[in-house]
Design a binder for this molecule. Sequence first.
Ligand SMILES: [Zn+2]
Length: 383
Amino acid sequence: MKYDLLLTGGEVIDPSAGLRGVMDIGIAGGKIAAIAPSLPANEARRTISAKGRLVTPGLVDIHAHVFVNAHDMGIHTDQCCRTSGVTTLCDAGSTGSSNFAGLRHMLDHEVRTRVRAFVNLSAIGITGTSRGGELSHFPYADPEGCARIILENPDLAIGVKLRYGPGLVWEYSTEPVKLARKTAEMAGGVPMMMHITDSPIPLPDLIEHMKPGDIVTHCYHGRAHGIMGQEKQFLLKEVVEAQKAGIIFDCAHGRSHFNFRMIERALDQGFLPDTISTDLTMTSATRGPVWDLPTTMSKLLHFGMSLDDVIRRATSAPAKIMGYEGTVGTLKPGANADISVFELRDGNFEMRDSDGDTIIAKRRLLAQLTVKEGRVWYERPAE
Ligand SMILES: [Zn+2]
């Protein structure tokens, strides 16, 4: 038998690999072995029909929280991911130098989802205390420890995380950004991811200290000092220039960072996010408004982004940033056989942003089947 699994007749969409059309995918040894309009079913141990469905690379979520407050999704990570077509995600700085080992232990022993992580500049990571954010107390900043963790965990740690916002940093100046960038240099020139929601100072002052490859996350928040400044009407030219220069703008929905009006205006002005992510935590996954990555993608489809643009930004684009170019987030032969099958369902779907605004979307992506490294990881039960 040539193939362990054959996925037949689905509408394949993998913009980064230039794949679009009805195709069969042959899987062997956990890898994509072949992709073509027709592959022989008698050479496969198992065949699954994907007829009438969309077939994409396994989704990649570059901003989620596996271990915020040192538990959160934790052991539920697999359940959250596999039921929504996500095979790979990135923990966006839930832990810092003092609790990264706990994240590492849990991922090594209890989670099958492929995970990488940003390491918080704060030693305590994101603890969610009402007594102040993780860097409101300056001594919690641990550049040496953060850089050391990144250097010692090259298979897991990919960059430095900074949450810049009221009550989160020790002073409202550019010092926290400069320190995060310096830490990223100490760690070998890795990317820095910066949360920008409700920033006390204008965004251009912050991005001035970032480098191409660094990530601005929560780019569609509707609070102070976003990508359209205080007027919230037109994109700041510094933002447009930064994106052109290679700074990554990530949407990271979350409970307070995704504003429909901002999205509508930004897309109208031609500003698309470079990556689509959820900022998922247990709360936003079980009580909304995020729910999961396909729901966030469906919201952006509603505002006019094309299916190709949405899928690329939730597969190959984040995979590349996470160091998985060519092996994850693509259906090219030789890549890991991470594949998601979706129904693009028609109907009237009420969807909410982070500020209570609602839309009625006419289409929504619904995960039907998730394959991870060649094994069926989830099949949606019949309705
Ligand atoms: Zn986050």
